[in-house]
Design a protein. Sequence first.
Length: 596
Amino acid sequence: MKSEITSILATDCGSTTTKAILIEKKEGEYRLIVRGEAPTTVEAPVEDVTHGVLNAVREVEELAGRPLLENGQIIKPQLSEKGVDLYLSTSSAGGGLQMLVAGVVLEISAESAARAALGAGAIVMDVIAANDGRVPYQKIERIRSLRPDMILLSGGMDGGTVSHVVEAAQLISAADPKPRLGAGYELPVIYAGNKDARENVKQILENKTALQITENLRPTDKTENLTPARQSIQSLFLEHVMAHAPGYRTLMEWTDAPIMPTPAAVGIMMQKIAEQHKMNVLGADIGGATTDVFSVFHGIYHRTVSANLGMSYSISNVFKEAGFEKILQWVPFDLNEKELRNKIKNKMIRPTTIPQLLEELMIEQAVCREALRLSFEQHKLLAVGLKGVQQERNISDAFAQTESGETLIKMMNLDMLIGSGGVLSHAPRRSQAALMMLDAYLPEGITYLTVDSIFMMPQLGVLSQVHPEAATQVFEKDCLIWLGTCIAPVGEMKDKKLLAKIRLQFPDGKSEEMVLNFGELKAIPLGGKETAKVFLQPAAGIDCGKGKGASFETEVKGGAVGLILDGRGRPFNLPKSRSDRMNKLKEWNSALNVYP
């Protein structure tokens, strides 16, 4: 590899589409040049992921107007105007990384194991525990039938009893599970439990599985140590799972760094944003079949995947989970249940179609709100403090202690919301993406709203491990689109009309005074590179971010939508009457110029 990296090619092999981006160093900084995509080719009849990669790179080649391929290979390093210096890839093709986790107590070691697996980029197929309500033969049948890519076994504090975790190992042994991919190789099992039980677990599983032993992910009842288990998952993903997926062995030979699971790469980028800007960050990637939610609050990272909440393949499940009324509440025109069902079913059976009519777009965006809301509710259930103890979790900068099992996600503490996935990134108007996120997440106080412009966070996540400077520059200049800043007062508002008095001082020195009344939504133009000073004077009992009734001055950042004043109330309630609700939706859509 050249000492000076001037060009980088990165691909993300998704379940349906393989995306490729070309980054080059121009005038001393790294910038995105072009992006290409092609159908993923991991399934029959091709069954070779490299074909999709080469097709995506060919599109990049044509758009960039210079050769990147020769004899079906990526040219490396760059010579004159040919080839690239660095090639990297992420992958969620073939269903991504599918795992089974097992622990002793459902609410303690099993929950920590699920957090470790999710954080490593896996879909958790099931959680097996001593107290999960199933008898042994049911657990054995379940383990045998799932055919996961790997199993994570945890349980027991270091120095504690070994019998329970040994019983869990015996269940896995009795089930004798087979892996999803690759006939004739052993299923990877990671043991991350009580260190005193290692020899027992070895005797039970070593001859039946590809056993790897790592540090206990719950060494004491007060600490959680997920990093070693996550690292083991990602290394085994590459060595065992990817090595047996069609064409991946060849792809691994091409890349200049290990292939990373797509969600893990996105998670790395979310953590870097939080660390660099010293922010609490919440992000969502909504796809056709699943919705991933990522959060970093006070330095603690969590990821969850809602495996059946998506905008095409699993759109019917969103309808089932949310219900007709919940989706209809966001639709600003008359629609009966049969019409809504038909439109949703049409999307499910034709997953690659996009809305052709404005009404179809409104329905899709209504479904999106509920998919985001439901996946966020699931995320909050897992992003919790350690059960039954004070929060320590090995973090040097201790933060406010969390009560037993209470969620760490406090919307008043949130600094930045990041939206990703086609329905948000490719919304016809940026104000549509902003309003979908506002309605789904209901941020409180002052929150920055952003979207990933063309969903390149996976490629930038893996790039950040190899070339942090390039990843950071492209992320800030080409990836993240600032929609603006939202100010959302919180408090009991039933009898209030005036929520806050606001004074704005713009970059050109002009100032403007206004009031925000209950039920109002306002957008004040403020460009993406502009900041403004805001003086907030909330009414008694109303909190804009510094406590009830507390006035303060702050600086806000603009964006494609501008400064958004959300006076619709927290807690948020739509009008009960259908006609009143439609009128309000139309009023809010008009305020943000959401639809033509």
